[in-house]
Design a protein around this ligand. Structure first.
Ligand SMILES: Nc1ncnc2c1ncn2[C@@H]1O[C@H](COP(=O)(O)OP(=O)(O)OP(=O)(O)O)[C@@H](O)[C@H]1O
Ligand SMILES: [Mg+2]
Length: 358
């Protein structure tokens, strides 16, 4: 994990997140993929005198998802934190949670033990529970009922950060007033891609640090083509430096091509994950493909290419917006990330995504 000092930019967000964690708030950090949410939040949590617990829902295998699996992940995260800190009492409590029985009664007991363990841990110091990729939990209202109960028992001794790689996690979480966490989640901090000037500065700082000199022209062009995503800027910088050290051709097209090659498999997986379980995956992929080719797509164009009425097309587009794959500019829809756009242009895009989503 990065020390906070090497997390570039986001000075205002750093101060806000630190304040919210210290005050035991429950809050949301959202933003598109690779805007640096995980890095920022974890680095801050580690830099403070708090007990951070980190759970990433994406670490569960896609073919084996259930609420029990997620609960088990939480249990393991609490166990490893308490073990590392030598807090035996809590570790014992956690280890007693058994999943041998899957009866409702057993689950209830498991939850109570978890609550007790967290309560005991909170007596030591304030706990910051970081739940990453929370959008994956949306299928399980029960998970949120449990969290709401935890809130009422443990806030503000425990702070919870909900991280999600969708446009606005808070809006989705609070869509229904009956939603258990309604009114319990305060702030939402949205990380946006960097503007061009900041991207350039980040690349320059990175190359400086590696002692590699790169022309201003390459840096400016790269900043333009990477859309301001810290994840791509870092990936590009690393690829460039490695290629340079190996004495390879480091023209911009070549380096970006190489980076895209590596990114493609990751992006197929992400798109598949976003579409997993949806009906008519091909229609979503056709919309993405069209937007990649043309630069944008309107509702009527989307309706035409998927052979449906405009109101249905809007549902598809909204879903792609919500999952952060597209963004809306006036009344047109565009692919939010230029690297994803390029990958969507590959001839095997549809096949590769489907292979992973079905
Ligand atoms: N502010 C930053 N300064 C330096 N490097 C950064 C910064 N933000 C992100 N990075 C780097 O970019 C990569 C992606 O960041 P990170 O995983 O935190 O993004 P994310 O928003 O959580 O993405 P995802 O939605 O894919 O989980 C990481 O390798 C990280 O080291
Ligand atoms: Mg992340």
């Amino acid at each position: 994990m990065k020390p906070l000092s090497s997390v570039f930019n986001f000075e205002r967000e750093k101060r806000a997140i630190e304040f919210l964690m210290r005050s035991g708030e429950w809050f949301v950090v959202s933003g598109l993929r690779r805007t640096g949410k995980t890095t920022l939040v974890r680095s801050i949590a580690e830099s403070l005198d708090l007990i951070p617990i980190y759970v990433n829902m994406w670490e569960a295998p896609i073919e084996n998802l259930s609420l029990d699996v997620y609960f088990e992940m939480l249990k393991n995260a609490v166990a490893s934190v308490t073990e590392r800190r030598g807090i035996r009492r809590v570790l014992n409590m956690i280890e007693k949670i058994s999943f041998l029985g899957v009866t409702v009664e057993m689950k209830r007991k498991a939850r109570i033990s978890m609550t007790e363990a967290l309560k005991t841990l909170c007596r030591r110091n304030r706990v910051v529970l970081i739940l990453d990729e929370v959008q994956e939990l949306l299928k399980y209202p029960e998970a949120f009922r449990y969290l709401a109960a935890l809130h009422d028992i443990l806030a503000p001794r425990m702070s919870v950060v909900f991280l999600g790689s969708i446009a606005s996690l808070k809006r989705v979480l609070e869509r229904h007033e009956s939603f258990p966490l309604y009114g319990r989640i305060g702030e939402e901090i949205v990380l946006k891609p960097f503007d061009e000037r900041t991207s350039i500065k980040m690349l320059e700082a990175g190359f400086d640090e590696c002692g590699v000199s790169v022309s201003r022209e390459i840096i400016e062009d790269a900043a333009l083509r990477l859309g301001g995503f810290p994840g791509w800027l870092t990936h590009f910088g690393r690829t460039y430096v490695l290629m340079r050290l190996r004495g390879e051709d480091t023209t911009l097209d070549h380096v970006i091509g190489k980076m895209e090659e590596e990114a493609a498999a990751m992006i197929y997986g992400e798109v598949a994950r976003a579409l997993y379980g949806r009906r008519r995956i091909s229609s979503y992929l056709r919309i993405l493909r069209y937007a990649a080719e043309m630069g944008e797509i309107s509702v009527s164009e989307a309706a035409r290419i998927i052979g449906k009425v405009p109101s249905t097309a809007i549902t598809y587009l909204k879903y792609l917006l919500e999952r952060g794959l597209m963004k809306k500019v006036d009344d047109r829809y565009k692919i939010a990330d230029p690297v994803i756009r390029r990958v969507a242009l590959r001839p095997d895009f549809e096949r590769e995504v489907k292979m992973r989503a079905l």
